[in-house]
Design a protein. Structure first.
Length: 252
């Protein structure tokens, strides 16, 4: 049976009160696959969200972390701080962080290493811009990201990373990749991982699709053999939509 992870990425949305309200409503949905579902929330909501989700099976995580353990990095949050909150997941290298906050493959690589060391599952985001896709260079571009991001990470650790393929042109635009485009790139990424490591590592890796995934198109994407779930932004803010996507995954 194919493994799934349905991850909500709230981005800079939801106060503590709103996060708690969402947690109560999603718990009431009694998702059959709650253990395959997680929510990436703003730092400020993580503590209360974690408490509210306790016992539900639904995981929670951060959207970013610094690669140093502590120090003079004003405004940043470290792995020990996340660990203390009991987070299970942390997004790394989201295209919005790469574009607006100068995230590079070098810092992504350092972040993956410190998260893996702490036992927090990284959700590594990769994906090309529209310009790169129009040039037909999307595979070269994404392979380059994957190779640099996994530099120096041994196979046993690499296997714990979740990769999210998020074409930038599909994020928040309502323009979803076709199931074929998403499947092609997820299969390609799996091949890149198999090439760096071995087939067992590539085969077992969870590779998600992200970019305008919503209740109306999730099933056709999730049905594809190399797509192990979704990283869902806009549609994760509404309980009914997010629960519908999770339920689709549970039915496959
Ligand atoms: P979207 O965002 O679902 O709103 O397109 C996805 C993401 O950026 O993770």
């Amino acid at each position: 049976m194919k493994k799934f992870l349905i991850a909500g990425n709230w981005k800079m949305n939801k106060t503590i009160a709103e996060a708690k309200e969402f947690a109560e409503a999603i718990k009431a949905k009694d998702l059959p696959n709650a253990k395959d579902v997680c929510i990436l929330a703003p730092f400020t909501a993580l503590s209360e969200l974690g408490k509210a989700l306790e016992g539900s099976g639904i995981g929670f995580g951060a959207q970013n972390v610094h690669f140093e353990q502590s120090g003079a990095f004003t405004g940043e949050v470290s792995v020990p701080m996340l660990k203390e909150l009991g987070v299970g997941y942390c997004a790394v290298g989201h295209s919005e962080r790469r574009e607006y906050f100068a995230e590079t493959d070098k810092t992504v690589n350092l972040k993956l290493k410190v998260l893996l060391e702490a036992g927090i599952t990284p959700i590594l985001c990769v994906g090309e811009s529209l310009e790169v896709r129009e040039q037909g260079s999307e595979q070269t571009f994404v392979a380059g990201q994957v190779v640099e991001d996994f530099e120096g990470i041994p196979a046993a650790e690499a296997a714990k990373v979740v990769i999210a393929y998020e074409p930038i042109w599909a994020i928040g635009t309502g323009k979803t990749a076709t199931p074929e485009q998403a499947e092609d790139m997820c299969a390609f990424i799996r091949g890149v991982i198999s090439g760096i490591y071995d087939n067992a590592t590539g085969d077992s890796m969870l590779i998600l699709y992200g970019g305008s995934m919503k209740a109306s198109n999730a099933k056709e994407l999730l049905e594809k053999p190399d797509i192990n779930g979704g990283l869902i932004g806009g549609a994760s803010l509404k309980v009914d939509d997010f629960a519908s996507i999770a339920t689709d995954a549970a039915s496959l």
